[in-house]
Design a protein around this ligand. Structure first.
Ligand code: ACO
Length: 377
């Protein structure tokens, strides 16, 4: 079978109007707009509208969409008891996956998957997921949940519910930019997962739950946490050289580097690098940023020829740390943002659906004898 592509490398499996990626030139656009432009000028709310409507909103449309999203910040009645029932030492990504799935139980019509229903459910889930993450983090710290504040933006509201105090404009904007940069990225593994699940005409909850499970993996969204683990393991900037070279020698991965599509620097990494530098200076975390910078220099010298550059996860680790987020919340932050992209892809899939059903190349024996159980060696 000559059409086998391990890991589906190079296979085009869907059409999308949301993200355009040129991995050789290091270009990412949402609906044609370069990601750097959106990171500099847009907001997460406007970006979600863009992804779901394939155009920027008018002022009135943005106000309406923002109001609609804010009306969904609150969790369903009684849901907080489910959060309180989670073991305090549970991992946030497992909590998030479980509780996004549980939201279906509060939906009177969870299986509706016509496009308007899917959009509505996606908006609901996007709106209240920050409350799940924030309330669980407070629960494990022995603190009561903080009710959402619908006068705040998506980014402000999350940090408010997490910390119990309103974030500074600088922190809120930094977090908002992270949300914009992580919102969509072509047919990455978790997005493909969401599309595969919804293509069976299952439901939005199942598709998003599966996507969260995919994102958790360290080869995908879980890499941002692994980057932070690595930065913590390196005691100083000077120690970075030996640490990286030893790992490469052992043929181990340097997390936050490499990408199936990019063979140049991921443009989101470039944007996050600038943000991380500023935040590190503001928060006294210069050493962390300098360590990251040093690792990038070493990797450039050692692996740029192989097309291995920083990906989105590399500088997002320093950025999230400077915003004050705990290490195991990094991947949930990615999920909170990527819910926008996953939902957009679910809408695209449902708009022109065909069941995903690739083939497997059989490599086992044929015509094998059935050996009775007491004669097996
Ligand atoms: N550090 C060191 N070497 C690497 C790295 C890395 N981070 N990434 C790839 N390589 C090497 C591989 O060892 C391989 O070398 P070889 O040709 O000598 O065998 C070569 O580069 C090609 O790598 P593949 O694993 O074949 O590339 P693939 O496209 O399958 O994987 C992936 C891409 C999974 C992202 C990989 O680069 C990786 O594991 N990176 C680290 C984890 C990470 O940062 N993931 C986040 C990706 S972005 C995202 O999902 C949000």
């Amino acid at each position: 079978m000559s059409d086998y592509a391990k890991g589906l490398e190079g296979v085009t499996a869907a059409e999308t109007q949301m993200s355009y990626i040129d991995g050789t030139a290091g270009i990412l656009e949402y609906v044609g707009i370069p990601i750097g432009e959106l990171g500099s000028h847009s907001t997460f709310e406007e970006t979600v509208f863009l992804l779901w409507n394939n155009r920027l909103p008018t002022r009135a449309e943005l106000d309406g969409f923002t109001k609609d999203l804010r009306a969904r910040y609150r969790l369903p009645d009684g849901f907080i008891d489910r959060i309180r029932a989670c073991p305090q030492d549970a991992q946030p990504m497992h909590v998030l996956r479980t509780l996004v799935s549980a939201l279906a139980l509060y939906d009177k019509n969870p299986n509706a998957n016509d496009v308007p229903s899917a959009r509505e459910k996606g908006l609901n889930i996007l709106g209240c997921t920050p409350a799940i993450v924030a309330a669980f983090d407070r629960h494990r710290r022995g603190l009561d949940p903080v009710a959402p504040d619908s006068s705040l933006s998506f980014a402000e509201n999350f940090l408010y519910m997490l910390n119990g105090t309103k974030p500074t404009p600088t922190m809120a904007r930094a977090f908002d930019i992270c949300m914009i940069l992580h919102a969509d990225h072509g047919l990455n593994n978790s997005t493909f997962t969401a599309r595969v699940v919804i293509s069976t005409l299952s439901d939005v909850y199942s598709a998003l739950t599966a996507a969260i499970g995919s994102l958790r993996g360290p080869l995908h969204g879980g890499a941002n946490e692994e980057v932070m683990v690595m930065l913590n393991e390196i005691p100083s900037v000077d120690a970075a050289e030996k640490y990286v070279m030893d790992k490469l020698e052992r043929k181990e991965l340097i997390m936050g580097f490499g990408h199936r599509v990019y063979k140049a620097k991921d443009p989101r990494a470039s944007h996050l690098q600038v943000l991380a530098k500023q935040l590190a200076t503001d928060t006294g975390n210069q050493a962390l940023f300098e360590k990251s910078n040093k690792i990038e220099q070493i990797m450039h010298r050692e692996r740029a020829a192989k097309g291995i550059y920083p990906n989105v996860d590399f500088y997002s680790a320093t950025t999230y740390h400077c915003i004050g987020l705990k290490l195991d919340l990094f991947t949930p932050m990615f999920a909170m943002s990527r819910l926008a992209g996953w939902t957009g892809h679910i809408i695209e899939q449902l708009s022109d659906n065909r069941l995903f059903r690739p083939k497997a190349k059989y490599v086992g024996p044929h015509n094998a004898p059935y050996v009775p159980i007491d004669q097996r060696g």
